[in-house]
Design a protein around this ligand. Structure first.
Ligand SMILES: [Zn+2]
Ligand SMILES: [Zn+2]
Length: 242
């Protein structure tokens, strides 16, 4: 009898709340916990193989660093280490889009274990004492209702057993970075962040958390203010790498 009730419940849920793949739109079984169908899940690409030792950018040929981190340049960055869980491609882009712009917050639960896998595979992260989400401006927070980086950081914090400290403020409203080139991105984000009063920074190591890393300009600006306030080390972990 219970089995029949369960079947009817599943069927009604399916009719009224259809569950579909966020990438291709294919119907999924209602008890499916994944936001993607099997075919789209297979297409997700973890960032692996040859990558830049500093910024984590996938490299086409060998070498330790990408063009922007090569030679003496690597040491000039305030954010010393960037790693990401997945490459930016069709299914991962669809997930981030649904998460950020269509407010499917549950997608953070899908990203968190993937980001934790990247955390575990990269020993430099083990010295960190806290996770810091990259903040969004208060006007964007009001419009969106949540900061996607903070939600990712909170989920990941549970896996890493580290505190999530929301200690940065985006003091300046910046234009969206998506249509800007590398130089414009840097200019757009310069001096956009500050530290909340009373935050404990001195001598501590942190991991910045964000949804996507493209040129790393936003992470670098966050690292700049943290280092200026005495942080020992600033690393970064993002869900996607573009
Ligand atoms: Zn699909
Ligand atoms: Zn690099």
């Amino acid at each position: 009898m219970m089995k029949i009730f369960h079947k009817i419940k599943q069927w009604l849920l399916y009719i009224f709340f259809p569950n579909t793949c966020f990438c291709c739109g294919r119907d999924l079984p209602h008890d499916n916990q994944s936001p993607l169908c099997r075919d789209c899940t297979i297409k997700l690409e973890p960032v692996c193989g040859l990558i830049c030792q500093r910024c984590g950018l996938p490299l086409k040929s060998g070498g330790a660093h990408c063009f922007n981190c090569r030679g003496s340049k690597a040491a000039k960055y305030k954010c010393s280490y960037i790693r990401s869980a997945l490459c930016f491609n069709e299914p991962s882009r669809a997930l981030i889009h649904a998460f950020k712009y269509e407010k499917y917050i549950r997608i953070a639960k899908f990203f968190a274990p993937l980001m934790y896998k990247t955390f575990k595979e990269n020993p430099p992260f083990f010295e960190a004492e806290a996770l810091i989400p990259v903040p969004i401006h208060k006007s964007r927070l009001k419009q969106r209702g949540f900061n996607q980086a903070e939600i990712l950081a909170k989920h990941l914090a549970v896996y890493c057993n580290l505190p999530c400290e929301d200690i940065l403020i985006r003091k300046r409203k910046t234009e969206s970075q998506t249509k800007l080139n590398r130089k414009q991105r840097q200019q757009n984000i310069t001096d956009a962040f500050e530290i909340k009063k009373g935050a404990k920074i001195k001598g501590r190591a942190f991991i910045l958390i964000d949804d996507v890393c493209t040129t790393g300009a936003t992470l670098e600006e966050c690292a700049k203010v943290l280092k200026a306030a005495g942080a020992r080390e600033v690393l970064a972990l993002t869900a996607l790498r573009e």
